[in-house]
Write a protein of this length. Structure first.
Length: 169
């Protein structure tokens, strides 16, 4: 989005950090990370670069770029939600289902799984999630990972990878 907005607008909105941001967005990923990490104190973005980034994001041209990209993802999310609903025999698509698919696309890349799950595995995975909701909040993620690993036959629990495919029938 930064490149699409153009160098002049970036540097206009970001007088102190615009040239660096442009370099970060047009150079290598490694160089870009080095640049923007220099704007942080630990894991926190410092106030001055944050203010300039906010000014850039408030530009009408940047908002338009964000809207263009949002529309592409939103269209894909709606199409996937509609297909999911159609396959399940229900209509129309709820806002919740649309939001779930939008989040899935923006945060997880979509529904394509590395390993296809059987109906039994998916049912156990859903049960795992529901059960984890009753667990101590501090350990909920461990419960979900452990039960999800059992359900799927492989997974990560407490930093270790477990292969439980010997449990497959």
């Amino acid at each position: 989005m930064v490149v699409a907005v153009g160098k002049a607008k970036v540097q206009g909105a970001m007088p102190d950090f615009g040239a660096q941001l442009w370099q970060a967005c047009t150079g290598t990923v490694k160089a870009g990370f080095t640049i923007v990490r220099g704007w942080q104190k630990g894991i926190k973005l410092q106030a001055k670069p944050r203010a300039e980034l906010r000014a850039l994001l408030d530009l009408p041209a940047m908002r338009a770029e964000q809207d263009k990209r949002f529309q592409v993802i939103a269209s894909r999310a709606l199409a996937q939600a509609e297909q999911w609903h159609k396959d399940g025999g229900a209509t129309p698509v709820s806002k919740r289902l649309f939001c779930w698919f939008f989040d899935l696309l923006t945060q997880n890349g979509g529904l394509e799984w590395r390993n296809k799950a059987s109906a039994d595995q998916l049912e156990l995975l859903c049960l795992s999630y529901l059960r984890s909701g009753l667990s101590d909040p501090k350990r909920r993620h461990v419960v979900l990972n452990r039960k999800g690993t059992i359900a799927m036959g492989t997974g990560w629990v407490n930093g270790g990878h477990w292969n439980l495919t010997v449990l497959n029938d």
